[in-house]
Write a protein that binds this ligand. Structure first.
Ligand code: KIV
Ligand code: ZN
Length: 506
């Protein structure tokens, strides 16, 4: 059995520190419920001394979590902070106080203006002070990633002796390289007396885009707790993302000698929830939870995935609650992807029919970025409509505006392949098009109805036009046409109605 790595979620504390990500108590409770569904080991619910809102959130989350998770409150190595954290956690079933102090030369010299001796003294005092309230005390050595190895080991050994149960080694500024951060953890594991009796935690920031790599390197070298946030939100460039850490450990559990207790199927839901509450959108290409994480766009990849999902996917999307892999239909998609999607929509096409549809699909995909199901359905209808048509549309062009006279040039191809072009003007561009068509087709009719509706999504949505024309004997023929260009859909619709009239079929 591999080592169990505790997942310490700090979405509600470090994550909430992201500019623009602040949440009120009710919102934090909603997120905390999802963290419990994920089965995180520890919820860092806030920094109680920082505001009455944070205090209340920690208090309510402690109540909510009961026995299901440890609830942690942050404090500086300051008695008042620890008092307030303890008060907020008073009714927690499994309370933890996290206290700590900066340990890097920059923090000692420029921020705290204290000596190394004073730093050790304050750290030890804070841990002893917190121990008066709770058994479970976590010590953080702020900016450990830039600290001197020997001094860091000295501080950590002193706080363990003072009673810390968890020692948190943060790369506060996201400065380290993964190998180097791993070596730092290994150094502590080898050189700190008593470290084998406590939990070693990695808290990594993403300033160089390496937070997850840093956390996994720490795990490989002996850390047994990882601190992370949903979607990687947090100070500046954020923290290690829980979804990445959890899936990284799951994929490489044997090499890392590690597993977590997280229910990964809740990851996508958690990501969407945090994104909607904080208003921080998740980039489309974000690992695990981005909207493109399981979407395949190029023809080569789509062909591979349709043959076997594993050709281009290392994670089954259902494992993280993301449904099924998506085949995105674009101009780069091949026959295989189009056929597959059509089959999913209930259409069976092969051979020449599929080739014809593929041509029409490519023409549409060239104009639109993405071809949706509704677009495909309309394409199928249109290709079917054109079968056996007396006239097909070869070209249509209009010019209109102020003070121009609306003019249309239409070219139709008859069943023998002969093309006829006519130019007409009208009261508007569509009227001009219809007059040009009438001139070519030469069949008496009355346009009795014209309507337009949008049938797909986005700014480049298809507009579908429906027209009804009355033939000389009073019989009504309906025509439909769809295109991203409303003039083209109107042309196709009218032509479709006239073709039906000409062949006298419904
Ligand atoms: O980044 C950091 O060092 C922190 C500590 C408070 C744990 O967030
Ligand atoms: Zn942090």
């Amino acid at each position: 059995m591999t080592r169990k790595i505790a997942i310490f979620d700090t979405t509600l504390r470090d994550g909430e520190q992201s500019p623009g990500a602040s949440m009120n108590t009710e919102e934090k409770l909603v997120v905390a419920r999802q963290l419990l569904r994920l089965k995180v080991d520890v919820i860092e619910a806030g920094f109680p001394v920082s505001s009455p809102g944070d205090f209340e959130s920690v208090r309510r989350i402690a109540e909510l979590a009961g026995d299901d998770a440890v609830v942690c409150g942050l404090s500086r190595a300051v008695e008042r902070d620890i008092d307030v954290a303890a008060e907020a956690l008073r009714f927690a079933k499994r309370p933890r106080i996290q206290t700590g102090i900066g340990v890097s030369p920059s923090h000692l010299r420029d921020k705290l203006r204290i000596s190394e001796e004073q730093c050790v003294e304050r750290a030890v005092h804070a841990v002893r002070y917190a121990k008066r309230y709770v058994d479970d005390v976590q010590f953080y050595a702020e900016d450990a990633g830039r600290s001197d190895y020997a001094f860091l080991a000295r501080v950590i050994e002193a706080v363990i002796e003072a009673g810390a149960t968890v020692v948190n080694i943060p790369d506060t500024t996201g400065y380290s390289l993964p190998d180097e951060f791993g070596a730092r953890i290994a150094y502590l594991m080898e050189n700190v007396r008593g470290i084998e009796n406590v939990v070693v935690s990695a808290h990594c920031h993403n300033d160089l885009g390496m937070a997850t790599a840093l956390a996994l390197s720490a795990v490989r070298n002996g850390a047994s707790q990882v601190e992370c946030t949903i979607n990687g939100i947090g100070e500046r460039a954020g923290n290690a993302a829980m979804e990445e850490v959890v899936m990284g450990i799951r994929m490489h559990g044997a090499e890392l000698d590690a597993h977590t207790g997280i229910d990964a199927r809740e990851l996508t839901k958690a990501s969407r929830l945090v994104s909607s509450i904080t208003g921080m959108t998740v980039q489309a290409n974000k690992a695990i939870v981005g909207s493109n994480a399981f979407a395949h766009s190029s023809g080569i990849h789509q062909d591979g995935v349709l043959k076997s999902r594993e050709t281009y996917e290392i994670i089954d999307p259902s494992e993280v609650g993301a449904g099924v892999s998506q085949i995105v239909l674009t101009a780069r998609s091949g026959h295989a992807a189009l056929k597959h999607r059509l089959e999913e929509l209930g259409y069976e096409f092969s051979g020449e029919e599929l080739d014809r549809l593929y041509e029409a699909f490519l023409a549409m995909a060239d104009k639109k970025k993405e071809v949706y199901d509704e677009d495909l359905e309309s394409l199928v209808n249109e290709v079917e409509r054109e079968e056996g048509a007396v006239y097909t549309l070869a070209a249509v062009q209009v010019s209109c505006g102020f003070p121009l006279r609306p003019t249309a040039t239409v070219t139709l191809r008859d069943a023998e392949g002969v093309e006829t072009t006519v130019c007409e003007w009208g009261t508007g561009p569509i009227d001009a098009v219809y007059k040009a068509i009438d001139k070519i087709v030469g069949v008496e009719n009355d346009l009795s109805e014209f309507s337009v509706q949008s049938i797909s999504r986005g700014i480049d949505a298809l507009g579908e036009v429906t027209v009804r024309v009355k033939a000389a004997g009073g019989r009504v023929f309906t025509g439909r046409g769809a295109d991203g260009d409303i003039i083209v859909s109107s042309t196709k619709a009218y032509l479709n109605a006239l073709n039906r009239l000409l062949s006298n079929r419904f």
